[in-house]
Ligand binder design. Structure first.
Ligand SMILES: [Zn+2]
Length: 149
């Protein structure tokens, strides 16, 4: 699954975020037929945004879609999704969430499963390293990103 085009896109987005000095988390939304519907990365620091986590950026970049498209889709994300992003996946009833890593942070994985969404965790080293580096360099920005004082 680490070779899925959706995961590769999410990882590329995380690297872009890192290069911009932002929170290095990327995401991609992939339709049942494999089409990448949208991709994006966390833009909180870049845009001074309260909500643009990677998954929300991705849903936003994918634009308005019929409900049926989300239901067969996979949301790839390089880090375990927070409550806000979990909520988007639950609301649109995506089929599957593929997570790069959940050592740095565990979000709403149990809630996703309870709502019938398949959850896969890849334990990807590069995703972990991107987060480790960011948190070491910008601990306050990381806490702010996950709503911690
Ligand atoms: Zn989030």
């Amino acid at each position: 699954m680490e070779t899925d085009p959706g995961f590769i896109a999410a990882l590329e987005e995380a690297r872009k975020g890192a290069a911009e000095g932002g929170v290095p988390i990327g995401s991609a939304l992939v339709a049942a037929d494999g089409t990448i519907l949208g991709r994006g990365h966390n833009m909180r620091l870049q845009k001074g945004s309260a909500t643009l986590h990677a998954e929300i950026s991705t849903f936003e970049n994918a634009g308005r879609l019929p409900a049926s498209v989300y239901r067969g889709a996979t949301c790839y994300t390089t880090l375990s999704p927070c409550d806000m992003c979990t909520g988007s996946c639950v609301m649109y009833k995506v089929k599957r969430v593929v997570i790069g890593e959940n050592e740095t942070f565990v979000g709403g994985e149990e809630y996703l499963k309870q709502r019938g969404i398949e959850v896969v965790v890849l334990k990807n080293k590069e995703c972990q390293e991107l987060m480790k580096k960011f948190i070491a360099e910008k601990p306050e920005e990381w806490n702010e990103d996950i709503g911690e004082p």
